[in-house]
Design a binder for this molecule. Structure first.
Ligand code: NAD
Length: 357
């Protein structure tokens, strides 16, 4: 099988971690007889430097023509003072929208080998957790009408949240389908005691639930969800929620996993292509020092194999190799604690994973 993958290495540690994931994909390709053809494209700060804009049309075209897209991270202090419409982050929103990616999947689990990294109480850690956050990605308040105006008390700003039945249905369907492949439970998170969009959300999720009698559905208010994630994370299987709630809760979920350097994500639309990226940013503080943890990006590549190419066995092999490397004590600086624990570099950790494939 030959697969064309667009590489958006981006800024900061982006090039280092994407190079690691490419090395792992090449090793998997060799082992299982697949050919991955990679094409580098520019987005984010490096694209601003080279072309004056964060997302050149050529990048969009190449991504659209590819079978899948692997992204490192974009942004950094160098571009922080630019006006909003030419900031590196614009590239992310632009790519998601050009590729029609409305579903964001973020698995978060506790690696037994890293339980000392978890900030939760020992009895909660003992139970472990393994959840999948399904976040709506192209609607809601991040895309609604916004502006400044003269209000009752002088100048004010506003942002609006709108969700259509269609948008709720398609994200809820993604959650129900995912739950069928996991432990069969969906927790739908909203703020239905206050927000009209949440009431429509809840209504729509319940209507759709009738099509999935094998999946258990639970509603939860977002404030309660924020508490339950730290009190009882093992109670969650699949969590589905809006763009903004998902943005916040998935970062909370990442923190209880131990390190942001471990968590992958997949953004999906109607087709299989998708965009795969670690959930962390460009980590400018450690960029160019070969210190970054490459595991989140390597695990994102595994998600790509599973979702874009239906290569479940190959994805499992990568995930097992990462588990094994952690069990064997391999640690990058972000997760290296205790006396005598040597922090591996980004390239050393990558080699340890490849060794265990
Ligand atoms: P960040 O995730 O880049 O870094 C937060 C902390 O985590 C830093 O101390 C960093 O060193 C550490 N860290 C992150 N990834 C790591 C890894 N793989 N290995 C080891 N340590 C890691 O968040 P930030 O500092 O708030 O943002 C930095 C830049 O990244 C900003 O310009 C921001 O806009 C951008 N950003 C981009 C994305 C994206 O491209 N998807 C996401 C978030 C932030």
């Amino acid at each position: 099988m030959q697969m064309n993958i667009a590489l958006v290495k981006g800024d900061g540690i982006g090039p280092e971690i994407v190079t690691s994931a490419v090395a792992v994909l090449n090793a998997i390709g060799e082992k299982y007889g697949h050919t991955f053809v990679f094409t580098d494209v520019l987005a984010g700060g490096c694209a601003i430097d080279a072309t004056g804009i964060p997302l050149p049309q050529e990048t969009v075209d190449t991504c659209l023509a590819s079978d899948s897209v692997l992204l490192g991270a974009v942004g950094g202090p160098k571009w922080d003072t630019l006006p909003g419409n030419i900031r590196p982050e614009k590239a992310l929103l632009g790519l998601r929208s050009a590729l029609g990616l409305y579903t964001n999947l973020r698995p978060a689990r506790l690696y037994p080998a890293l339980k000392d990294e978890c900030p939760l109480r020992a009895d909660i850690v003992e139970k472990g957790f393994d959840l999948l956050m399904v976040r709506e990605l192209t609607g809601g308040i991040y895309f609604g009408d916004r502006g400044r105006r003269e209000g009752k008390y002088g100048p004010e700003a506003y942002d609006t949240e709108a969700y259509s039945v269609m948008e709720i249905e398609r994200i809820a369907r993604a959650a129900f389908e995912a739950a069928r492949k996991r432990r069969g439970k969906v927790t739908s998170i909203d703020k239905a005691n206050v927000l009209e969009t949440s009431r429509l959300w809840r209504e729509t999720v319940h209507r759709l639930a009738a099509e999935y009698p094998d999946v258990e559905v639970q509603d939860m208010l977002v404030d309660n969800a924020a508490m339950q994630l730290v009190r009882n994370p093992s109670s969650f299987d699949v969590v589905v929620t809006t763009n903004m709630f998902g943005d916040i809760l998935s970062d909370e979920a990442s923190q209880i996993s131990g390190s942001i350097g471990l968590l992958p994500s997949a953004s999906l639309g109607e087709g299989k292509r998708g965009l795969y990226e670690p959930i962390h940013g460009s980590a400018p503080d450690i960029a160019g020092q070969n210190k970054a943890n490459p595991l989140a990006t390597i695990l994102s590549a595994a998600m790509m194999l599973r979702y874009a190419f239906d290569l479940g066995e190959e994805a499992d092999a990568i995930e097992r190799a990462v588990d094994k490397a952690l069990e064997d004590g391999c640690r990058t600086a972000d997760i290296a604690r205790g006396e005598g624990v040597r922090a591996l570099s980004c390239t050393e950790m990558t080699a340890e994973v490849i060794k265990r494939l």
